[in-house]
Write a protein that binds this ligand. Sequence first.
Ligand SMILES: Cc1cc2nc3c(=O)[nH]c(=O)nc-3n(C[C@H](O)[C@H](O)[C@H](O)COP(=O)(O)O)c2cc1C
Length: 191
Amino acid sequence: MINGYFRCSITSLYLHHHKYKLIMSKIGVFYGSTTGTTEEIAQRIAERLSVSTNDIHDASKLNEEIAGEYDVLVLGTSTWGAGELQDDWYDGIKVLKKMDLSQKSIALFGCGDADSYSDTFCDGMGILYEELKSSGCRFIGATAITGYTFDASTAVVDGAFVGLPLDEVNEDDKTAERIARWTEKLQKQIH
Ligand SMILES: Cc1cc2nc3c(=O)[nH]c(=O)nc-3n(C[C@H](O)[C@H](O)[C@H](O)COP(=O)(O)O)c2cc1C
């Protein structure tokens, strides 16, 4: 503790006149998923962050009121077509772009296939980033490209992925560790 004040990962604890005040950052997880892969990953990420199932939402249900409830938005999308956003995000992203996100932290994750779609690996995550980058939000959870094999991705900005890419098609054996490391890092970045 430094000067009667310290911060920990999800919660911030302030010492004031001998009273402790607990301030929680509320986390909401939103996913767009066609065949259920990103939905399942959203549940696994939520579990690691101690987010209740009530705070996991399908992107197609996203509205200003729901998104407004959270301090931290964890947004996940798969990639379809050749480098396109998952369908359920098209309306959801419009909702988010209309909101004031300046007080919010946003963490992105994506599901893709680095083998069959090596030129557009997790581009959907790159699109979410591109759409939101001028919103004033704080992005958290960038990931080093080390350990991934792919040719190109719009989700790589300044040499790192803008969020957590996962490949359940070819590398599902790496997913648990990737999620564990990422959520641990997120908890340090959330305050
Ligand atoms: C027709 C088709 C197009 C795809 N395009 C891409 C792509 O451009 N980039 C990528 O990384 N993955 C691509 N994928 C892989 C999916 O994103 C991946 O299977 C993902 O896990 C699906 O998640 P979902 O069930 O949550 O939608 C594609 C898959 C299919 C079947």
